[in-house]
Design a protein around this ligand. Structure first.
Ligand code: HEC
Length: 254
């Protein structure tokens, strides 16, 4: 049209077209997204949900025994024998030998710091175990001295000592005590020749526990107490020192 006048609503039109433009670009942006269907970035929440899902799933399977490291190891598998080397057989030995060997190790660990490696004491503070009537005579008194410790005047081989020995029961088993007592009665010049059986040692522990009456560390015994109660031999089956046993299991050999 020739008499077209300047558009007085130009302002409005600019706003309109701007809005149009926004609309169509939004539309085209949507189109664009639709084109990449399946490739949209995944929400952080979805990632976290998957992570915890897998974690919980793994825990459930692990707890239910669905996975165990042991299942990956062939049962009974051990390192094979060295080629050319024979299978080592455990030789049965007399129980006297087995106990004295074991007892000497316990002595080194628990007693020799005071009673000295030669078992003869230090001549000043620690009495000798060699040639001591407390070691070679009543096994009940000997056991209670070892387990509870002993304090106050005590005569050993004609000399009076007056100190205090702390109890040595901590960490000791029946077999340990039996082996240690057997070793002491047959070392440092002592030659009693008997074996203290595991059953006898177990009875000594029973006496020790009843004396302790629940206290974790009972007080050391005195000579007076020893003389009033323990000047006897431990009850329990005696063992022939020559009996051959498996050094590991202590079972008598066939
Ligand atoms: C901390 C030092 C110390 C240790 C460790 C120790 N004793 Fe004693 N023992 C003594 C003292 C001290 C006496 C004497 C106590 C007294 O005068 O009443 C004694 C006394 C004895 C006695 C009685 C007296 C004698 O000479 O025969 C025997 C048995 C004995 N000890 C065995 C052992 C055994 C076995 C062990 C190891 C399991 C051991 N002792 C560990 C310090 C010790």
């Amino acid at each position: 049209m020739a008499d077209q006048k300047p558009d007085l609503n130009e302002n409005t039109n600019v706003l309109d077209s701007h809005a149009n433009l926004q609309q169509s670009s939004a539309a085209s942006a949507r189109e664009h997204q639709l084109q990449e269907n399946g490739m949209e970035p995944v929400s952080l929440w979805v990632i976290l949900a998957c992570f915890f899902g897998v974690l919980a799933g793994g825990a459930v399977i692990g707890k239910a025994g669905g996975f165990s490291y042991n299942n990956l190891v062939t049962e009974g598998y051990t390192t094979g024998p060295i080629p050319g080397g024979g299978v080592e057989e455990v030789q049965p030995l007399p129980i006297m030998d087995v106990f004295t060997k074991k007892g000497s190790k316990i002595y080194s660990a628990k007693c020799q710091g005071c009673h000295q490696p030669n078992g003869l004491g230090d001549g000043a503070n620690f009495p000798p175990l060699g040639n001591s009537e407390w070691v070679t005579m009543n096994t009940s008194a000997m056991a209670q001295i070892i387990l509870n410790g002993v304090m106050g005047p005590i005569e050993v081989d004609g000399r009076v000592w007056n100190g205090a020995m702390p109890g040595q029961a901590a960490g000791m088993t029946d077999v340990d005590l039996a082996a240690l007592m057997t070793y002491l009665r047959n070392s440092f010049g002592n030659e009693v020749g008997d074996v203290i059986s595991t059953e006898m040692a177990a009875n000594a522990f029973t006496e020790y526990k009843s004396r302790a009456a629940g206290a974790p560390v009972p007080p050391p015994v005195t000579v007076e107490e020893l003389k009033s109660k323990y000047m006897v031999d431990l009850e329990g089956e005696k063992v022939d020192p020559a009996l051959k046993v498996d050094p590991e299991t202590l079972e008598p050999a066939q």
